[in-house]
Design a binder for this molecule. Structure first.
Ligand SMILES: Nc1ncnc2c1ncn2[C@@H]1O[C@H](COP(=O)(O)OP(=O)(O)OP(=O)(O)O)[C@@H](O)[C@H]1O
Ligand SMILES: [Mg+2]
Length: 242
């Protein structure tokens, strides 16, 4: 059950810096971002602007140099490693451009994998989530027999099987044909209607247009923000491509 009174994500003055020789590169340079339950926020910006770094921070895959990240009200920046791993598993789903499916496991086994890590495998839940994403007839198929759109559905089902409050997507439709891409976005719309928050990095103009808000990054900072009622999202994407 999604808590709608607390932001799904609160990022406060977030910095992530890397040493490169004698230089320091600020992949994120003092970023603030709040995402509410049911919102889909697009992250755009040219290559190297910090999109993946931001998703990795929100997704607890990496720790910040300074600043804080709260997920559903919990400050994750101070959590010890074992608690962070459990928190990520229980609260956050992640999907990528490359689907990262295990080739020798069936669709159902791939989808159920996060439950095995939580020692809570639930066959009925695997079936339920496969039906939700449109994979009910393919649960015993191997990934190699699926097209790209269905492979991404498997990855989405796997990301959702533990019922997270937040879905993070790093260029999720970058490898998909147009129809499969539209179907994934339709599925995202359904999921948002149920209160899931989605943060999605994208280079795709149409995809950004379907977000509630678009954040444009440049050199780890926010440039502009477009909502459906203000400047069109396409403006941000066009600016990001320059
Ligand atoms: N592990 C790392 N070590 C050093 N520098 C890094 C590391 N990860 C990212 N960076 C740097 O941080 C900056 C932001 O990179 P990031 O991958 O977040 O960009 P991006 O917007 O996702 O780019 P793309 O559109 O190509 O995916 C870049 O300058 C990158 O070189
Ligand atoms: Mg990236």
């Amino acid at each position: 059950m999604v808590d709608t009174s607390t932001p799904a994500v609160e990022v406060r003055n977030l910095w992530r810096s890397y040493k490169r020789g004698s230089e320091t590169v600020h992949a994120l340079a003092g970023l603030d971002l709040v995402v509410q339950p049911g919102e889909m926020v697009g992250i755009v910006g040219r290559s190297g602007s910090g999109k993946t770094t931001l998703l990795n921070q929100i997704g607890c895959l990496d720790r910040p140099t300074s600043g804080s990240v709260l997920i559903a009200g919990t400050d994750v920046t101070g959590l010890p490693e074992h608690e962070l791993v459990a928190f990520r598993r229980d609260h956050i789903g992640f999907i990528f451009q490359l689907f990262y499916l295990l080739p020798t496991l069936s669709v159902a086994e791939n989808v159920g994998m996060p439950m095995l890590f939580a020692h809570a495998y639930d066959r009925a839940r695997v079936r339920e989530i496969c039906e939700r994403v449109g994979l009910a007839g393919r649960m015993s198929a191997l990934p190699a027999s699926l097209d790209g759109g269905d492979m991404q559905r498997v990855a989405i089902a796997r990301a959702l099987v533990n019922d997270p409050a937040l879905l993070l997507a790093d260029e999720p439709t970058g490898r998909l044909e147009r129809q499969a891409r539209d179907e994934v976005l339709d599925l995202f719309d359904d999921l948002r209607a149920d209160g899931l928050a989605i943060v999605m990095a994208t280079h795709d103009l149409e995809q950004a247009d379907r977000c509630d808000r678009v954040i444009e990054l440049r050199d780890g900072r926010r440039l502009g923000e477009a909502g459906v009622d203000s400047a069109p999202a396409a403006h941000c994407v066009a600016a990001a491509a320059r």
